[in-house]
Design a protein around this ligand. Structure first.
Ligand SMILES: NC(=O)c1ccc[n+]([C@@H]2O[C@H](COP(=O)([O-])OP(=O)(O)OC[C@H]3O[C@@H](n4cnc5c(N)ncnc54)[C@H](O)[C@@H]3O)[C@@H](O)[C@H]2O)c1
Length: 201
């Protein structure tokens, strides 16, 4: 279990019913946060919230593409728990990845005056219902297929590892970290594969 503490904080975890979001919801709750899972999979979200030990997690239905629903979910969390200190978003890929980073930086610049920090996490491939559904593989098959291509050896990326990075950014340990993109991909995007392959690595 992480030593980072989130006592007294309220975390709204969008997409928290499954995969990376679920791992974050469980980790944040285990570190003392009150967690609100905001998702569109009601049955799964309710089940995840109910399975979190200590009762510090609940589910609200919220489609993040609908601004009114996001506002309502945040308002409900604030009304119930006092304030929200952490939220999790849904990053996307390549062009959209850059757009997300631009958005994060712009939002960090805009909201800094209100004491609000904005960061994002960019994970490498993780076996989740989403990625397994896309590849048609089981989690074990996906991890076995990815492992030989990893730059960082001796470990495969798990949703829980991504959640740890999210926890850091949401915690007081990152009190002056804003506008940051925390890449959690074992150096996959740090190297040029063509160069590695040309020297037989
Ligand atoms: N799994 C990977 O390899 C990987 C790698 C990099 C980035 N990502 C990104 O991380 C995010 C989470 O991915 P995951 O693999 O955990 O997926 P997942 O499908 O396991 O979980 C995503 C969750 O988001 C919820 N969701 C979808 N649309 C929503 C909406 N409009 N409003 C609220 N909730 C909604 C789903 O119901 C689901 O519970 C995605 O944005 C994905 O693109 C995933």
């Amino acid at each position: 279990m992480s030593k980072t503490r989130m006592d007294g904080k309220v975390a709204i975890v969008t997409g928290g019913a499954s995969g990376i979001g679920e791992a974050a919801a469980r980790l944040f709750a285990s570190c003392g946060a009150t967690v609100v899972i905001a998702d569109v999979q009601d049955e799964l979200g309710e089940a995840v919230a109910a399975s979190v030990a200590g009762g510090g997690c609940r589910y609200v239905r919220c489609d993040v593409t609908d601004e009114a629903q996001v506002e309502a979910a945040v308002a409900a969390a604030v009304a119930e728990h006092g304030r929200s200190t952490a939220g999790s978003g849904r990053p996307a890929y390549t062009a959209s990845k850059h757009a997300v980073l631009g958005l994060v930086r712009a939002a960090a610049g805009e909201l800094g005056r209100h004491g609000v920090r904005v960061n994002c996490v960019s994970p490498g491939g993780v076996a989740t219902p989403l990625s397994c559904g896309l590849t048609g593989m089981s989690p074990e098959e996906m991890e076995a297929a990815a492992e030989p291509h990893n730059v960082l050896r001796g470990k495969v990326l798990k949703a829980a590892d991504v959640a740890e990075a999210m926890l850091f950014l949401a915690s007081d340990q990152a009190a002056f970290v804003s506008g940051h993109n925390l890449v959690v991909d074992g150096a996959t995007t740090a190297v040029n594969y063509a160069v590695l392959q040309s020297v037989g690595l």
